[in-house]
Write a protein that binds this ligand. Structure first.
Ligand code: CA
Ligand code: CA
Length: 504
């Protein structure tokens, strides 16, 4: 047999062998796929509903309730419009008043007592039992949704690097938009020690803990970025979202976009500072004796010294201006996203959820940022709008938690809720304006410090048993701790019982 023919036969046999191998591989793949699908359907008891609804999940970082729809001095026309077309939850609170654990709770539907993520450091995936936790975007992705992550949703954005930041939880998404977040320009407002210039070296010289340099770099900085709105990363993320939303897509989508402002540094384009002439900026009410009725455990934290500097150097009005300008800037970014929905084919089949990961204290109780159980720190705007919604524009004052978002989104999408979720769907509150929610909501700040809210009440119980109690209707700034006043025993005991239940 000529060599050529043998070679041809061998080639033929080789091809046949390869085809068989490929078929075996396909068979194994399909078999494994079937097993996975079976397991998923078994675990999730679920399939996509016939009528597919898209979801847009807008995350804002450190935005408190100073939006105009909630009576604040910030000009936020886009969020206000959304609130008028949907429902504003005016008594919504984070699960934890810190970025990372707040977001982990929202996106896993689990409390920090379950995930172990109580504070900012670390990736929740690295804690025992969390490696395979199913997040909201992952849950939807596994059901056939396209889960799109843009900006800061988990603790970190994907970033521009080839590999997405692990703390953006890449496994949750079908696609992540590779970009930064926020605005640039804070460097120009820092001195040679990377400290805000207005501090004039004060904290650096006066014993600021170098191991905890929160206010030695970009924090405590407010001012104008040289960037135009369109050049900022937050705006780019809004524009990318708008572009995606203005198009038709084969699969239903869960698009989440997270903006960094008004988180520190409060740097925004000039046009947003122009909205707040300094002399018109109203500074927060800060009674001198506010701390007199606070338990020792809560009197100071690592930001208190910083607040003393802000006051001493007469910076409160400028800081407030920076915060307000940053709020209006992020509101414009929200407007861009909403425009994408409004002008596209997804207008009538998209659920919109807008939330901030917690509130913000601007010198309130000698604190900066969040990291406390006072309402100023935990209270966050929450707006929900969905197709064929009734009762539009009616505000709810019942206490709700951002823990409730995972089950709410599934409920509104017609998807069965898995058993593991620890929040409660807001659907009854959305559909029935007379619905009364019985259970208090619970907030945890560092393990064992818990606050319980119901209607106007906030009861704080620290890990050492000390308590505070406030009536947010009569005293929205929580100036008067009424824990030792007689009366209201029934509600106090109800809130205490719910805290005890969580600690079990
Ligand atoms: Ca935050
Ligand atoms: Ca007080």
């Amino acid at each position: 047999m000529p060599f050529g023919i043998t070679q041809k036969i061998n080639k033929f046999k080789l091809k046949e062998m390869n085809q068989i191998k490929t078929k075996v591989k396909i068979f194994i793949f399909l078999f494994v796929l079937a097993q996975i699908s079976y397991c998923q359907s078994k675990n999730q008891k679920n399939v996509l509903p016939a009528k597919k609804t898209n979801i847009v999940f807008i995350a804002i970082d450190d935005m408190n309730t100073w939006i105009s729809a909630m009576g604040g001095q910030a000009k936020t026309p886009n969020i206000d419009k959304l609130a008028s077309e949907g429902k504003l939850f005016a008594n919504a609170h984070c699960v934890v008043p810190a970025c990372n654990p707040s977001r982990v709770a929202i996106l896993t539907g689990l409390r920090p007592e379950t995930t172990g993520q109580f504070t900012n450091p670390g990736n929740f995936r690295d804690k025992p039992g969390n490696a395979d936790l199913v997040t909201l975007p992952k849950y939807l992705k596994d059901l056939g949704y396209e889960s799109i992550g843009i900006g800061k949703i988990f603790h970190k954005q994907a970033g521009k690097g080839e590999i997405a930041d692990p703390q953006s939880d890449p496994q949750s998404w079908s696609f992540q938009y590779k970009n930064d977040i926020g605005t640039k320009g804070h460097q120009a407002l820092l001195d040679e020690n990377n400290q805000a210039k207005w501090l004039e070296g004060a904290m650096y010289k006066e014993g600021m803990d170098i191991e905890k340099p929160e206010y030695l770099t970009k924090f405590g900085v407010w001012g104008v970025t040289p960037e135009k709105k369109e050049e900022t990363a937050d705006w780019e993320n809004a524009a990318y979202s708008a572009e995606y939303l203005s198009q038709a897509h084969e699969k239903p989508f869960f698009l989440s976009v997270g903006f960094m402002r008004p988180h520190s540094p409060q740097i925004a384009p000039q046009e947003f500072f122009d909205m707040y002439p300094l002399e018109n900026v109203v500074i927060p009410e800060l009674p001198e004796d506010d701390m007199d009725d606070i338990p020792q455990i809560a009197k100071r934290n690592f930001t208190s010294e910083f607040v003393e500097q802000v006051k001493a150097k007469n910076q409160i009005q400028k800081a407030t201006q920076g915060y307000l300008a940053s709020m209006s800037f992020v509101d414009a970014c929200v407007g861009k996203v909403l425009e994408g929905i409004e002008n596209g084919p997804n207008k009538d089949n998209t659920i919109i959820v807008l939330w901030s990961d917690h509130g913000w204290q601007l010198a309130h109780k000698n604190r900066w940022e969040k990291f406390s159980l006072w309402t100023q720190s935990t209270h966050a705007p929450l707006v929900i709008k969905y197709p064929n919604m009734k009762n539009r524009g009616i505000t709810s004052n019942q206490a709700v938690s951002l823990l409730d978002l995972f089950p709410t989104v599934l409920d509104l999408s017609g998807i069965e809720k898995p058993d593991f979720l620890e929040g409660t769907s807001l659907k009854p509150l959305l559909e029935d304006t007379n619905y009364v929610r019985e259970e208090p909501i619970l907030i945890t700040y560092e393990e064992g410090n818990i606050s319980a809210h119901k209607n106007e009440w906030n009861l704080i119980q620290y890990v050492n048993g000390e308590e505070e109690f406030y009536n947010n209707l009569k005293d929205p700034h929580e100036f008067n701790n009424i824990i030792n006043e007689a009366g209201n025993e029934e509600i106090k005991n109800e809130l205490r019982a719910s805290i005890l239940e969580l600690k079990k």
